[in-house]
Design a protein around this ligand. Structure first.
Ligand SMILES: [Zn+2]
Length: 119
């Protein structure tokens, strides 16, 4: 007779369950099935972000957001000079702001400017 790999009890042939490559008795199988998975921090994280009304920004993202909110639309070099960050850092952070629909790039007089998303 087969043995449950979890509780080591013998399993009648009609109660054998396979789960995740393990042989389980009916009791253990059902226990696993009804226990919610606790270990998926990313799922919890993104779920929280979805319901949160206030987006959580990093310090750099907040600075960029505050600057274009106060003085935008601004060209790239103004933002870099004003904040003292590299273009690479700006683009990385701006991508997040853009993704959150907080900021966007627009064209003014042939130049690219960065401004608030809903402006
Ligand atoms: Zn078992």
């Amino acid at each position: 007779m087969m043995k449950c790999e979890k509780c080591a009890s013998e399993i009648p042939p009609d109660e054998v369950h396979e789960h995740g490559g393990r042989t389980l008795c009916e009791d253990c199988y059902l226990e696993i099935m009804v226990t919610p998975k606790t270990c998926d921090p990313w799922a919890v994280h993104s779920a929280k972000n979805t319901v949160s009304k206030e987006p959580v920004l990093t310090d750099e993202q907040q600075k960029i957001f505050d600057l274009i909110k106060a003085e935008g639309p601004l060209p790239l070099d103004r933002i870099l000079t004003q904040l003292g960050i590299s273009e690479e850092a700006f683009r990385r952070n701006f991508a997040t702001l853009r993704h959150m629909e907080l900021a966007k790039a627009c064209k003014m007089e042939g130049d690219v400017r960065f401004t608030l998303f809903d402006e």
